[in-house]
Structure formats: C-alpha cells, structure tokens
Design a protein around this ligand. Structure first.
Ligand code: SF4
Length: 260
C-alpha cells in the first residue's frame, strides 16, 4: 500500500472512531439512563458532602507535587470561602477544576451547571460526558488533562456569566494557569475564548483580538504568553448542534498533532 493511501486509511479510521464514539453518545439510551442514575448518585454524594463540608479529591493520585500543593492552597484558602461576587450566595459547592497538574493540555469552559454545583467537579453533566468522549477520541484520558471553568460558582438557572462575575473570578483561573503551565489551552465556547482573547490583547506585545463567532476562530492557533490556544465549540453547543462535531474533530486532531 502506498504511503499516501496508508495515510488516508489511517485518517479515515481516526475519523470513523471519533464519529462512532460521538454517535454512540448521541444515541446511547442506556447512557441517558446511566446519566439519570449518576445525577441521583451525584445528589446523594452531594448530600454527604454537605454534611461534612468536604470537597471532592482534587487529583487521582496522592497530592504531593509542588503544583498540587499550590493548587490545593489556592482552592482551600482563597476560593472555598470566596464571597467576591453574588454567586456565592446560592452556590452549593465551588467547582475548582480537576485533572493532572502536570498536563500539557488544559480545557477551559464557562461556569458550573447544576450537577457540577452539587458534586464540586467540572463537566460531569451530559455535556461533561461528551467532553470525556472527545478527550478519549484523541487517545487521552480525562485524568491526564486539566479541566477548569472561568467561573467557580454556578450562575442561577445556568444563565450566562455576567462581566462583573468574570472580572471577580478570573484571577483564580489566571493563577491556575500559572501553576499548571500547560502547553496548550483548548477554550470551550464563547466565554472562555473571549476571556483568553482579552488576556492576549492586554498582554505586552499581544495582538488585539476581538471575539467574533466561533466559526471564525476555531481551527486557528493563538498565542497566549508561551501557551498555544485552540478555541472550539462548547460540548453543550455540540449537544444542540450535532453537525458541528466534524469541526470539533478537526480541532481535536489539531491538538493531538501539537501534543506529539
Ligand atoms: S464565582 Fe468566583 S468570585 Fe464569585 S463567589 Fe464564586 S469563587 Fe468567588
């Protein structure tokens, strides 16, 4: 088989695997039932968490690296009792972020939803399950990347975060990025992309970038300090617009090529 043909067969297999995984997710009735069960389990776990006021473990492994210690201190000392904005009043648990503090790849979303608020973990609802599938589609495991949001407390009714809330909370995300030092950030959706574009525009020597719409920015690589930024659609958008999955697959392939 020629090299060109081998390459196109490999690409076809990759694309097929991605589509199979994502299609399975969309059509997975059993998955929906599992999801419903997990929501119940999440509430039960949250009830326990409320009683002993304990947050979920930050890491899969023993927390012992300097980065892990710095993240734990940021969460426990600065964020856990934060009342810098009005979202503090109605939150159940803060949603700090989780994953490998040594990861080269960091995903940044927008804000916690109901299940995240109950469990204290990012991206555990239906959109989160899709994100996990997307991560696995490029042969990574969820626990090997780092996942966080701009906002650490749930906006009521899952409304969009307000600018004042983003401004109050964003110093925590900046600190998380500084500690983790990823090589690549994948911004999920409009709000995290806008946040990073603002950071780039306000940095010394940074180019000025205005967010237009995701279709304009996805598939491109931006530079934030020494980090490469790849914007893509938020998994919630993908749930509502399955036709965008081909674009997300292209963006994931781009990220995978940058990691290797
Ligand atoms: S959203 Fe952020 S700034 Fe607002 S209370 Fe929560 S942790 Fe503090």
């Amino acid at each position: 088989m020629s090299r060109k043909l081998k390459k196109s067969v490999a690409q076809y297999k990759d694309s097929f695997a991605f589509n199979t995984a994502i299609n399975e997710f969309y059509s997975d009735k059993a998955g929906e039932e599992k999801h419903a069960e997990s929501a119940v389990a999440a509430r039960q776990r949250a009830a326990g968490a409320l009683r002993d006021v304990s947050l979920p473990p930050l890491f899969k492994s023993v927390e012992n690296s300097e980065k892990d210690k710095a993240l734990k201190k940021l969460r426990d000392v600065q964020i856990n009792n934060c009342i810098k904005c009005g979202l503090a009043k109605k939150r159940n648990l803060i949603v700090f972020g989780e994953g490998s503090s040594d990861s080269d790849l960091m995903f940044i979303g927008e804000a916690p939803g109901a299940e995240e608020d109950e469990t204290g973990r990012p991206f555990v609802g239906r959109a989160g399950q899709l994100l996990t599938k997307i991560i696995e589609s490029i042969n990574l495991k969820r626990e090997y990347v780092y996942i966080a949001n701009i906002i650490k407390c749930r906006p009521p009714g899952n409304r969009n975060p307000e600018q004042s809330e983003i401004e109050s909370c964003s110093s925590f995300l900046r600190e998380q990025i500084d500690i983790i030092k990823p090589k690549i950030i994948c911004t999920l959706g409009k709000f995290s992309s806008m946040f990073i574009f603002n950071e780039i525009s306000n940095s010394v020597d940074g180019e000025s970038i205005e967010f237009e719409k995701m279709g304009v920015h996805r598939g491109k690589i931006y530079n934030y300090k020494s980090i490469k930024v790849v914007p893509t659609y938020h998994p919630s958008y993908l749930l509502r617009n399955p036709s965008a999955k081909k674009d997300v697959w292209e963006d994931m392939k781009l990220i995978r090529s940058m990691l290797s």
